[in-house]
Structures are given as C-alpha cells and as structure tokens.
Ligand binder design. Structure first.
Ligand code: IVH
Length: 727
C-alpha cells in the first residue's frame, strides 16, 4: 500500500496515504542525511535527494495539518548537518586547569589554602580520582526520570544526545528508589574500555569500515551518531564523577556525593582516594601511574578535588575552570623521527612560527607529521636543521614539540626569514619579545585568512560547516575577504553551488548555519575579532563591563585616542587617560591588552571592517552571569583595608560572580567602598566623593539580601564571624 503511495502524484494522495508518505519521507531523508553528512557516503544522487525533499514539502503544502514534528522541512540545514539539537546547560560545564609537575600540585594546594584563609599547616582533604580520556556529558533527571542528555559542547551549550545516551547500560532511564533530588544533573565521562575498543576495531575492519585511532575517538564517534541504533551497537560506558544543577545536595563532600551517585546506579571511576596531604596526593598519583596499563580504560592523569563542598562553593571558578580542582597530567609520550624540512607559518596576529615537517611517526597512538619549533630562539637553542633526527613529544591535545636533536644530519643551519614568507613585508620583533611578526597587517593574506579562521572557530562564531578548508577555498576564490562577507554569502549561493563538492543541500546547510549566527552574544563577537591579547576570558570581562556593543565600541575609540595622545613610554594607565584607566581597571585586563585594543581601534581599516560586520548582525548585550536578582549586579565596588571574614581574592571572586565590577581605585563611578581594618586613603577619598561606605558585614548582608543591621544585627554578625573563623 505505502509502496503504491510513494509512486502516486501528490495531488492523488488520500489523507491517510499522505500521512504514511510523510512518515516514510522523514525516515528516508533522515537516513540519507546521515549517510551524506556523517558517513560521507551518500547512496543516492543529489538530484534524487532534492526530489525527496521537494515531495515532502509539496505534501506538507497540501496537508498542512499532517506536518510532522520531526519533519525534514523543519530540520533546516544546521540541524540536519549536526544532527542534534542544542541544549543549554543549567550550570556551565567547566574544564580543568592542568598541573604537569609535583611543584604545580603543591602550588595548587597552597593556592586553595591561601584563598580559604587557612594556614600552610592546616589540612585540606582532597579527593583524588583517575582522569578518564573520554568525552564529558551531562544527564538531567527530573523527578527521577532522564529528561535529557547533552555533550559538553562549548561548556555553555552542548548537543542533545539523549536518545544515544539512553542506549548505554550505565545510564539509567529512571533512578531507583525514591531518595533522589527532584532535579539532578549527573555529569561524567562517556568512554570505551580498551578491550571493547580493540573488538570494535576488529569488527570495523572486517566490514571494511574505518577503524578508530584510540578509545577516545571511538567513544566520541560512536556517541555522535545520528542513528541511535548505531550507538546502541557500540560498547559505550559512562562514569559519574560530578554534577550540575541539583535541587538538594547529595552529600557534604565529594566523597559522600560519589557514594550517593553509586547508590543511584552510576558507575564510578576507581580507584579513587581521599588524600589529607600533598604527599598523599603525590603517592596516589604515583600509584595510578604504575597501575595505568592494567586499568581497563584509558586515562591521561588524575584529578584532585577539594573534598568539602562548602569549600568548593567558596573557591568558585576562574574563567572556565574551578579553583577547587586540578588535573595532574601524566608525562607526555615521546618518539624519535627525522626533520624533512623547516617551514615558517604566519599566524593571525602576524607571528612567524617555524614548524618542523617530520617523517610521520606514531606517538601515543596518533600519527604525527609536524611539530612546532615555537620561534627563532628555540631553533637556535635546539640547533635543529633539516635532515636531523629529533626526539619529539606529544601531550594530550597540545601541538607536538621538538625536545632535542638526537643525530646531526649535517645540513645547513636554518636561516630565519627577514621578510614575511607570505606577503614579503618586513618582520619586526618587539622589545623583550621572542616572536618575530609580519608588519603587513591585513595586506598579508596569511594574517587575513587566519583571522577569518579564528572568526568562525568554535569559541567565536562557531559556524558549522565553515572550517579552515572552506575558509581557505573561499578566500582564494575571493568569495570572502572580510568577516562581513560571510554574512552576505547567500547572495553567492549559485557561485558556491557551482563548485566541486558543493551539492545544493550542502550549500543550504552552510547558509542556514551562517544565518543561525546572525545574532551573537557580545563576548563572542569581541573574541572573534582576534585582537591580540584579547582571549575568551578577557572578551567576557569586556562584554560584562561595557554591556552593549555601541558602548564598548565608543569606549575603545576613546581608549585609542587617549593612547595616541600619550607619550609611548607612559606606564601608568591613569596618565594615559580616563577611558584607558577604566579599561585597565577591569580585572586581568593589563596594559598589553589595552594597547592592542587601542592599536586595533586606531586603524581606520579595522573600523570599516567592524561597521560592515555590525550591520549584518544583531549583537546581544551582555548580562552579568548569576546576576539575575543580584543586589549588586552592575555595581562597582572597591575593597580596601584588611578583611576579616574572607580573603581579598575570595571577596573579589564572590562580588564578580554576583555581577559586580571590582575596581582598584575609588572614583565618582564607584558605588560601594567596603572598608576593612586599617583602611587608608581610599576610604577618605570615598568620603570626599560621597560614595557609600560599607563595613565587611554590611557588604555580606547586602549580598545575602538580609536587612541592614541595627545594633543587635551587628552582634549577630560578630557571632557569625566567630563561627566563620573556625572553618
Ligand atoms: S571533574 C568542574 N573529574 O577532563 C570539574 N573531569 O580536562 C569538572 N575528566 O571536561 C570535571 N576525568 O571531561 C572531572 N575524574 C574526572 C575526570 C574529568 C576526566 C574530563 C572532563 C573535563 C576534562 C577537563
């Protein structure tokens, strides 16, 4: 019957036949999407595929009421391409800072103690676990049932992999018993056991399919399958080791919470241990390193987490990593090979980076054919030349490095270029810097292309389907010369489709992906510009401080004008000017970043690029995170004198996490000055300017939203302080 319906013209279909046809088309188009986009192995021609889509649309036009919720016509390109919807994490998924040596672990512990105001001898219990080399995921349970599962993505937003995660035996669809919080987000790692990985590769090879380089890639590839049946067939597992939103805590410590997760049916990454000293942590690390080969899953280090959750809370996070945890990584894997050639690459900011082109060699399961030589000084230090044998190392996702020359190949010493190898402009080196830079700016093709690659990259505009290859291709053929051109590509759809490898559907997907990014948060926009010294963290701070694009832009133009008017050697921000000082007053924004921003905005060409771009976009204002309902959101506060109930860094971190700006100097723009003991000139200045002066207790009461204190309130505050100091 449905066979027949599939041949009938749309006009001749009955309603029942139309319903069946729409179901068949949804499935069939989904199947071809998967083959085309995921497997790179289409079964039908583009024309036949387009005909299926057209038929689907025609039937929907005739029977609008029958349109399915999973209709292919609703699945615009981006969705079809990525195959997964997006899920915003209720609480961002963080990454971890790294320690590579015992000293760095010691520094971590000392930093934790300092932040908490503890003495060096005080004990801090630290929970230690293996660091699994897989991919992280978040499972959200509401009233005991899994409502969705997401990958980490960029930490704020991940991919909806609910259906795929449900195929894992380790992921319960509903939680056992009744003793769970109504909202519980379990976070952990999706991984593949070593033995299962070898079996899978053997099966893949037997079928003539691609085998995977390592268990991590196999796990990632298996989870990101459009068809959950494929995932179900892959031996994936899940460890629970962290959590996101919880309506009620599962315990007071990391250790207790893990035990509660195990009771709820989650598998834990073992062996784990609670360590009470630096020595105990390092012993644990040594033990895991010894046992590493015998574990049945791949690990790349261990993770230390402050055990007490109230301390974790106080420690908070810096940028995208918690202050209360760190990864202690295993030493990098090493190998020896020959240098075939030394080439010089030109980066986004004009930096000339020498790269060793290597005889391909396997290092820790991955084939390496290039390694960075960093800069001219490094080449000299290593004494490396084309033809030499070298020892290289590769650690995690880091670019492989050359460690030493092991055998002189007798070639000529490398001549570092005195002109840009791409545009021929002069190269220069700033005082005290090791890096040579091309002075060509945007006339240098290499810089322009690299900036575009950065612009579309994951943490910037994140345009799906527009990777480095596409940028290079479109640049060479002059389809895009500056960022704004990307958003005008719809005018060139025909020209793109005429290219090799660009089927109609692929073009549609790309344009849809571009369209989806026409609205962009201010911090991503700023980061995407690729201004030197302005990374993601700085971009976020700038967005938060200036709030809106226009305000930021106007302020940066003032910064630039002030910088131009001030003598080059001016080292004090306030001498440069008010806008400049305000900029450097932002946490971690130093004069290097301020000078780069000033230089960027001092270049008329850049302003044209910005204007053209802003015209194509809706740039969203930045909201201070966690600031909703916060009594201090958007307020500027200065801490002075010595605080008693918290350390200065803790005070600052807490204020910022509640949306306040913390400044080092008092001005008319200051909202509050919080004075501790022995406050000096800043308190006086606040008084002169009529700025509100708060005691430490007043400030904490303001944050907690409790009423201002009278005499009795103060007494309570004192008691609380006495208790607080016991922590
Ligand atoms: S805790 C807020 N514990 O490592 C801290 N992460 O390099 C959240 N990872 O994105 C992470 N094993 O994917 C934690 N035992 C472990 C881990 C672990 C592996 C991964 C995780 C994270 C990445 C950071």
């Amino acid at each position: 019957m449905s066979e027949d319906a599939s041949r009938k013209s749309v006009d001749a279909l009955s309603e029942a036949e139309a319903r069946r046809e729409l179901a068949r088309l949804a499935m069939e188009i989904g199947h071809h999407d998967a083959l085309y986009f995921r497997e790179d192995a289409p079964e039908i021609s583009d024309a036949a595929y387009d005909a299926l889509r057209r038929r689907n649309e025609e039937i929907e036009a005739r029977f609008p009421a029958l349109k399915r919720s999973d209709s292919p016509s609703e699945r615009v390109g981006v969705q079809a391409k990525s195959g997964f919807g997006k899920i915003r994490h209720a609480i961002p998924m963080l990454s971890l800072g790294n320690a590579f040596s015992d000293e760095e672990v010691g520094e971590f512990l000392a930093r934790v103690k300092r932040f908490l105001g503890l003495g060096a001898e005080d004990a801090v219990a630290v929970f230690a676990e293996p660091k699994i080399d897989g991919l992280s995921a978040s499972l959200r349970y509401e009233n005991g049932r899994l409502v969705h599962a997401a990958t980490r993505g960029d930490g704020t937003e991940g991919e909806d992999v609910t259906r795929n995660m449900l195929t894992l035996d380790d992921v319960p669809e509903s939680l056992p018993g009744r003793d769970w919080p109504d909202v519980l987000e379990v976070r952990g790692e999706v991984y593949m056991r070593k033995a299962d990985f070898f079996d899978l590769n053997a099966r893949q090879e037997a079928r003539g399919a691609k085998s995977f380089a390592n268990p991590r890639n196999a796990a990632a590839g298996s989870l990101r399958q459009i068809d959950p049946k494929v995932t179900a067939d892959r031996p994936l597992r899940f460890f629970g080791y962290a959590w996101g939103e919880v309506s009620r805590p599962l315990g007071e410590t990391q250790e207790a919470t893990r035990a509660a997760l195990a009771d709820l049916g989650f598998r834990l990454n073992e062996p784990a241990a609670c360590c009470r000293s630096l020595d105990a942590m390092l012993d644990y690390y040594a033990r895991i390193e010894r046992e590493r080969a015998d574990l049945d899953f791949d690990i790349d280090g261990v993770v230390y987490k402050v055990n007490r959750l109230d301390w974790q809370q106080r420690l908070g996070q810096v940028s995208r990593a918690p202050r209360w945890a760190i990864a202690h990584k295993f030493a990098a894997e090493k190998a020896e090979t020959r240098v075939n050639e030394i080439k010089v690459q030109v980066g986004r900011t004009g930096a000339l980076t020498p790269v060793a082109e290597l005889e391909p060699v396997t290092v820790g399961g991955v084939v390496v054919s290039r390694a960075t030589l960093h800069n001219a000084d490094e080449i000299e230090r290593l004494g490396v030349k084309a033809g030499d044998r070298v020892r290289i190392q590769r650690a995690g996702d880091v670019i492989p490095q050359v460690l030493e020359v092991t055998e002189d190949g007798g070639g000529d010493p490398f001549d570092f270029p005195s002109a840009c190898p791409v545009c021929g402009s002069d190269v220069e080196r700033e005082e005290g810097e090791v890096v040579w830079r091309c002075t060509g700016g945007l006339i240098c093709d290499a810089q322009a292309v690299e900036r575009l690659k950065h612009f579309v990259s994951r943490d910037a505009f994140d345009i799906e389907g527009m990777g480095t290859k596409v940028i290079e291709e479109f640049w060479t053929d002059r389809l895009i010369r500056q960022p704004a051109d990307i958003f005008r590509l719809d005018e060139q759809a025909d020209a793109i489709q005429a290219r090799d490898g660009w089927a109609a559907q692929k073009v549609r997907n790309l344009l849809a992906a571009i369209d989806a990014r026409k609205t962009i948060p201010l911090d991503r926009f700023i980061y995407a510009l690729g201004v030197r010294h302005v990374g993601q963290a700085t971009a976020k701070l700038l967005a938060r401080s200036y709030g809106a694009y226009e305000a930021w832009r106007a302020a940066m133009e003032r910064v630039s004008a002030e910088r131009k008017a001030a003598p080059d050697e001016t080292k004090k921000p306030e001498r440069v000017g008010e806008a400049y000082a305000e900029l450097t007053d932002i946490d971690t924004v130093g004069m290097a970043a301020a000078d780069s921003l000033a230089a960027f905005f001092g270049e008329p060409h850049n302003l044209d690029v910005l204007d053209a771009l802003a015209e194509e976009l809706t740039i969203e204002d930045a909201a201070a995170p966690a600031a909703e309902g916060s009594p201090v959101a958007g307020k500027t506060v200065v801490f002075t004198g010595s605080l008693e109930r918290m350390t200065r860094s803790e005070a600052k971190a807490r204020a910022e996490s509640m949306g306040a700006k913390v400044s080092g100097s008092v001005s008319k723009k200051t909202d509050y000055v919080v004075v501790g003991a022995d406050a000096g000139s800043k308190a006086r200045k606040a008084e002169e300017l009529g700025v509100a002066i708060l005691s430490e207790d007043d400030w904490l009461a303001l944050l907690d939203g409790t009423a201002p204190q009278d005499a009795a309130g103060n007494a309570d505050g004192d008691q609380e302080r006495a208790q607080g100091s016991l922590l």
